[in-house]
Write a protein that binds this ligand. Structure first.
Ligand code: ASP
Length: 406
């Protein structure tokens, strides 16, 4: 047998991504083959990830909690994480608003007559989100891959475990560790399929959308992508360097597999297993990453916040409305809160845009103006979302390591 050199996973995923774009463009004339025969394999891959991600998060958070042996410590990590997430998200939406206002002049003014948008999507409200954090059934969070509910359930069970075994030794926790290891191994096996998954997810998207779909919205997309890149390069580089002691180049290089997966799948939750792997390789503590990342996959959406900032300005300008400064502040606040309630699945950010538009009295129907290219906005915003989560895992790990050393 010939000696075969094994390509690194990130290289394999990159090749798959390039091939998917080439094949997708080749199929644009008639996307039916890609939709009928390639897309299902992408769906199988995502289904496998969705299947493992619930138990994986449940047991890894529980293993993290019991290994800390300290309910207060979990609270401290949670506190830092939430503050980091809220600050970076507020920055993100501000960047989106700022650049959208700078470039507003080049945005197309699309006709707003005959716009229609399903009113069901407008019924999202913050109190519902709050109530929705708490599970009412033991298995439903897993059925729905609802990360916030899984986190709450694993924290409660983890705390209970600490409390009942206060006077006992480590053997009480062994079962949790074993369950965690099994989930990790299963995840590793699924992750090995990522190159195929990435190809099968992205190729039909390119084939179905084709370059012409960009059409009149190209400039709005470019402004959103400019903000995505700026936010990632400036904010995350600064935070991992200054607060996490990690070189930004090493950070982005190490994150590449997760970034490519996020771009192809447009799902933070689907990228979670790869993100855990990448951040741990970059030096994040397992116990921190397994808490911070699943939380971030649901409540931290910087890319989504940027998108909401840019789209609000664009939609307002199509309706001939100029947003005032107080209105923009309201958007910063609402988009930050909306990002907490956004699930890490494709298209969720667009639904939450309704809440942001409503907060400043903009017509919700405006969403129809950007809906056609939502997937393209979504691929970029998901990359920013998961990179933000990872930067937080690095920063909080560093803070915890420093505290331990002191
Ligand atoms: N797709 C995004 C994510 O999973 C959420 C969104 O639609 O903005 O992170």
């Amino acid at each position: 047998m010939k000696e075969k050199k094994k390509l690194a996973l990130s290289t394999q995923i990159f090749i798959a991504l390039v091939l998917a774009i080439i094949a997708g463009i080749a199929f644009t004339g008639d996307p039916s083959f890609a939709t009928a025969y390639i897309k299902p394999f992408g769906t199988i891959f995502l289904n496998l990830i969705k299947w493992i991600v619930g138990p994986l998060v449940f047991f890894s958070i529980m293993a993290g909690v019991v290994s800390m042996r300290d309910i207060k410590k979990v609270g401290a990590i949670g506190g830092k994480t939430v503050v980091y997430y809220l600050c970076t998200t507020a920055f993100a939406v501000a960047i989106g608003l700022l650049f959208a206002n700078i470039f507003k002049g080049i945005f197309p003014v699309l006709s707003t007559t005959d716009l229609a948008y399903e009113p069901s999507a407008t019924s999202v409200n913050f109190m519902d989100t709050l109530v929705g954090i708490f599970p009412s059934n033991f298995v439903k969070p897993f059925v729905d891959a609802n990360m916030l509910q899984i986190i709450v359930a694993s924290l409660i069970i983890g705390f209970a475990l600490i409390l009942i075994s206060e006077n006992n030794d480590n053997t009480d926790f062994r079962a949790v560790d074993i369950a965690n290891e099994i989930c990790m191994k299963a995840m590793e096996m699924i992750i090995k399929l990522s190159p195929i998954g990435v190809f099968c997810l992205l190729c039909p998207v390119v084939a179905e959308n084709g370059p012409s779909v960009l059409g009149s919205l190209l400039k709005v997309l470019l402004v959103a992508y400019l903000c995505y890149i700026l936010h990632a390069v400036v904010i995350y580089s600064a935070s991992v360097k200054l607060l996490g002691g990690l070189s930004p180049v090493a950070f982005f290089k190490g994150m590449m597999p997760a970034i490519m997966m996020a771009f192809s799948s447009a799902s933070s939750v689907g990228t979670l297993p790869l993100n855990l792997e990448c951040t741990e390789k970059l030096g994040a503590d397992k116990e921190v990453a397994s808490f911070v990342l699943p939380l971030g996959a649901t409540i931290n959406m910087d890319g989504t916040a940027i998108y909401q900032g840019v789209c609000s300005v664009f939609i307002a300008s199509c309706f001939g409305i100029n947003l005032t400064f107080p209105q923009m502040l309201t958007i910063v606040l609402t988009a930050t809160l909306a990002s907490i309630g956004t699930a890490g699945v494709p298209g969720a950010g667009m639904v939450m845009l309704a809440m942001v538009l409503q907060s400043v009295g903009l017509p919700v129907e405006g969403i129809a103006l950007v809906a056609g290219v939502d997937r393209i906005f979504d691929m970029g915003r998901t990359v920013v979302n998961i990179t933000g989560d990872a930067s937080c895992a690095i920063v909080v790990s560093k803070m915890e390591q420093k505290k331990k050393a002191a």
